[in-house]
Design a protein around this ligand. Structure first.
Ligand SMILES: Cc1cc2nc3c(=O)[nH]c(=O)nc-3n(C[C@H](O)[C@H](O)[C@H](O)COP(=O)(O)O)c2cc1C
Length: 348
């Protein structure tokens, strides 16, 4: 059975260990969506810190898909060069790096504040996130195709920047999740109604990206495995979706939850989302990533050893400790060859 420090391979991309840095918005981009020195230092220092896979924050495929003016974008060729510098630095440290592609749909955060400076708010249906939030305009079928094409163009740019793979953000109540969940999707055309219709937008994104993405590079999808609301998206549908996506060329499912509605009731505790990863891994014949309140090396190692996930993503713990992988190698008494030479005097 593998352990936390065993490498894992997706297509031609070999991760040096199973520790991932979870995608985390930094609200530090330039107003035009370009990456800054903050992203270089933030992502770069976690590569120095020994992680196997670094995932960027949700990076928007179009300007109006950003949560805020300070989010990363990949909707213009000018975004490529600053991202490439980050990718090159991360690679030089021996880590792999993926880009999380997203679109916030009805959840653009200014929609809760009556800020009209963002462009038109769009979603599958005219259902707002909460009282006081703006009501989005339903996308037409032509607009849906246009957004799929924007994902494709974003994927091509990410490849040019040198990313090892992509993760489609289909979780946390953003645009793709808004299509998946019956609570936010009340369409009556081929994109709404039954399960097969609600997953159609995501399937189109995955299939179209796979047509242009080099076959050596990985493609992952982050989902909210449950809305934590009766009548919402649930684990059973997540397993069905994962089975389908594995046939379309998705390499692993990143198993998160919630974010669709403030009505959710989440029983948060250490590793509370790990059972979702375990269920999808064992029932959908696809690799998985576990995430959520995993903060110690022994717990992370246990998740891998018990075959509940292939990768463990750390969010806030990696903010607290960018060197998590280095310190974990000490805790678990595992000798790693990628302790940075510059830090050799600190090696125990
Ligand atoms: C500051 C911050 C920003 C986040 N931004 C994103 C994001 O861009 N995309 C995403 O999928 N999740 C995002 N998340 C969620 C994390 O990736 C992770 O799933 C969550 O924090 C739970 O893991 P943790 O308990 O290890 O922090 C964010 C979390 C934090 C704390």
């Amino acid at each position: 059975m593998p352990s936390l420090f065993d490498p894992v391979q997706f297509r031609s991309i070999r991760l040096r260990n199973r520790i991932g840095v979870s995608p985390m918005c930094q609200y530090s981009a330039k107003n035009d969506g370009s990456a800054t020195n903050w992203h270089l230092v933030h992502l770069g220092s976690r590569a120095v810190g020994g992680a196997g896979l670094i995932m960027t924050e949700m990076t928007s495929v179009e300007s109006k898909g950003r949560l805020s003016h300070k989010d990363l974008g990949i909707y213009d060729d000018k975004h490529i060069e600053p991202l490439k510098q980050i990718v090159d630095f991360v690679h030089a440290q021996g880590a792999s790096i993926g880009m999380q592609l997203g679109h916030s749909g009805r959840k653009a955060w200014t929609s809760s504040k009556g800020d009209d400076s963002l462009e038109r708010l769009v979603a599958p249906s005219a259902v707002n996130f909460d009282d006081g939030w703006k009501t989005p305009e339903p996308l037409t079928e032509t607009e849906i195709s246009d957004i799929v094409e924007k994902y494709v163009q974003a994927a091509i740019r990410a490849d040019k920047a040198g990313f090892d793979g992509l993760e489609i953000h289909a979780a946390h109540g953003y645009l793709v999740h808004q299509f998946l969940s019956p609570l936010s999707n009340s369409r009556t055309d081929s994109f709404g109604g039954g399960f097969e219709n609600r997953i159609r937008f995501l399937e189109a994104i995955v299939s179209e990206i796979r047509r242009v993405q080099p076959k050596e590079k990985f493609l992952a999808v982050r989902i909210s495995c449950t809305d934590w609301i009766d009548g919402g998206w649930n684990l059973e549908e997540s397993i069905k979706l994962a089975k389908k996506l594995s046939t379309l060329g998705v390499d692993f499912m990143d198993c998160s939850s919630g974010g669709l509605s403030p009505r959710q009731n989440i029983p948060v505790s250490p590793g509370y989302q790990v059972p979702f990863s375990e269920a999808i891994k064992s029932q959908a014949n696809i690799s998985t990533a576990a995430v959520g309140m995993i903060t110690t090396s022994t717990f992370a190692d246990q998740i891998i050893k018990e075959n509940k996930a292939d990768i463990v993503f750390l969010g806030r713990e990696s903010l607290r400790n960018p060197q998590f992988a280095l310190t974990a190698s000490n805790d678990l008494d595992h000798l790693i060859e990628y302790w940075p030479d510059q830090y050799r005097l600190a090696r125990p």
